[in-house]
Design a protein around this ligand. Structure first.
Ligand SMILES: [Zn+2]
Length: 380
């Protein structure tokens, strides 16, 4: 099974023999186009916990270039006391922070770093500093790829940045402001002739997130009625949407769960687009503790809106108070600590319940995306 890259704007097709981020004709972002219907059968291996584990997903020229360290195969854990607090009888978590570097990002990075290795890339630059950067640095270390990470000097005390450095990343301090990271990485990449990753935008990362949908279909019978995820770039949402679409096409599942997305009230471009409102970001960097989803310009908004249309899902904004309240409730009621970016899905569940979108007996799955003690606990 081979695949091509197809432009989401103009439809131009490109071969997949090298790493590609943009269309050569119009500069648009790319999607995958499989020569034959996508199927994961060849990629199933036995998981450590007895479930099938779906090795991710794009075909490589040389299978030996797969860069993996046991990502996926995360358990589904009931949340009865949180469910009671929400007025819901069937709420579970998928423990995505059990992945090797403590977040779901490993599902995407196993794919995109494998493609880098498979296409002969040996040195890359990018803005970094969060879970995605930590995960990317780890997979680059494993692949022997030199990573230049551009870090905002405001993140100097971040454990995620410390971890990025420990993996052998060449850390470049820039600042102030998040934009300085992107500007620094772009200039360095241009000057030195190396690749700028932009891992928030590329389709390889999203392809890796499809494994989440495949695992859910295997672990949960019946399927959840609702799945709620945080939305920054929207990669986890798009990965699930693509995964469930493939399984609908090949008959593996009969329906798609309603896929909902949560954003902060401060940074809600996708919620606004979904509701048909204009939205303008405040100047400067977002202040929310849910710092993993402070993405003011969504790279693939059309795909997110299509995912909501296909699945019957919604996008909702959650207040800062509710995010922190639910982070604490999850810790107190269920013994689980996640970062605010992840706890937002509980606040979204509450809103969707109040709106009558989620009913009391519905089956609800909350992927918990990021480990809670990589960064300071709010209030301490
Ligand atoms: Zn194009």
């Amino acid at each position: 099974m081979a695949y091509q890259m197809v432009c989401v704007q103009c439809g131009a097709k490109h071969d997949s023999s090298r790493y590609r981020l943009h269309c050569e004709s119009c500069g648009g972002l790319l999607d995958t186009l499989y020569d034959t219907p996508a199927t994961v059968e060849a990629r199933v291996v036995s998981g450590a916990k007895g479930t099938a584990r779906y090795l991710p997903t794009l075909p490589l020229n040389d299978p030996a270039n797969l860069v993996t360290m046991g990502e996926g195969d995360t358990p589904v854990v009931p949340l009865p006391r949180v469910g009671q607090a929400l007025g819901l009888s069937d709420v579970s978590a998928k423990m995505e922070y059990f992945n090797p570097t403590g977040s779901f990002k490993d599902r995407g990075n196993t794919i995109q770093v494998s493609v880098l290795k498979d296409t002969g890339v040996t040195e890359v630059a990018d803005a970094t500093g969060g879970n995605a950067g930590h995960s990317f640095a780890a997979y680059c270390a494993r692949a022997g790829i030199k990573f230049h990470g551009f870090v905002n000097d405001a993140n100097a005390d971040s454990r995620k940045v410390h971890a990025i450095a420990l993996h052998g990343t060449q850390v470049h301090w820039v600042g102030p402001g998040r934009a300085a990271r992107n500007d620094g990485a772009r200039k360095y990449a241009e000057d030195s002739g190396i690749l700028q990753m932009n891992y928030g935008q590329n389709i390889y990362f999203i392809e890796g997130l499809k494994t989440l949908a495949y695992e859910i279909a295997e672990q949960m019978d019946p399927l959840p009625d609702h799945i709620i995820v945080p939305i920054g770039n929207g990669s986890i949402y798009q990965g699930m949407w693509k995964g469930f679409k493939e399984m609908l096409e090949d008959g593996r599942v009969k329906r798609m769960p309603k896929l909902h997305g949560a954003q902060t009230e401060e940074t809600q471009p996708v919620v606004a687009a979904f509701e048909g409102r204009d939205w303008t970001p405040q100047p400067g960097d977002p202040k929310s503790k849910a710092n993993g989803i402070g993405v003011q310009v969504t790279p693939r908004p059309a795909a997110l809106l299509q995912g909501a249309k296909d699945s019957g899902g919604r996008f909702v904004a959650v207040s800062e108070d509710k995010i922190l309240e639910w982070q604490r409730a999850l810790a107190e009621l269920e013994g689980i600590i996640v970062e605010p970016t992840s706890a937002i899905v509980l606040g979204a569940a509450e809103k969707l319940k109040e709106a009558g979108v989620i009913r009391g007996a519905d089956r609800v799955l909350l992927p918990l995306t990021g480990f809670g003690v990589k960064e300071p606990i709010p209030g301490y």
